[in-house]
Design a protein around this ligand. Structure first.
Ligand SMILES: [Zn+2]
Ligand SMILES: [Zn+2]
Length: 134
């Protein structure tokens, strides 16, 4: 994937590092708050960098939480389609890897005479740690 080898700008790299170090998905304002300490003052710059990181698949957006997460899956090809497991108890978010959901959705969509382009899937439940406590 050629896009992934593209060199990141300083802003993009700073934001990516921040998300990679974070244990949980970050909301845009939390990113802004942290990033201002590192010298990126303008929200527009942050959004622009986030858009680019999403475009190249390094960062995914979790729509329902309006937050961002670094992709930890080096073979991720989900530039547009993402699937997340979200724990209802502790809010832990895990990306569902190596799924063939795109081809599945593509097939079911076709049956409804609908052309599939992408999906943003959020699956709710209980994570490994929370399951143990109950
Ligand atoms: Zn990913
Ligand atoms: Zn949990």
């Amino acid at each position: 994937m050629a896009l992934l080898t593209e060199k990141l700008t300083n802003n993009q790299q700073t934001i990516l590092n921040l998300l990679e170090e974070s244990k949980e998905p970050l909301k845009a304002y939390a990113i802004l708050f942290d990033i201002q300490k590192k010298g990126i003052k303008s929200p527009l710059q942050v959004y622009r960098a986030l858009d680019k990181l999403i475009e190249i698949g390094k960062v995914h957006k979790i729509e329902s939480k309006n937050s961002y997460i670094a992709c930890k899956n080096s073979h991720c090809n989900s530039q547009t389609s993402t699937s997340f497991l979200i724990c209802e108890i502790c809010d832990k978010v895990t990306e569902l890897k190596k799924n063939n959901l795109s081809s599945y959705f593509s097939k079911v969509s076709e049956k409804s005479n609908f052309k599939y382009t992408k999906h943003n899937l959020e699956i709710y439940g209980e994570c490994k740690n929370c399951k143990k406590k109950i």
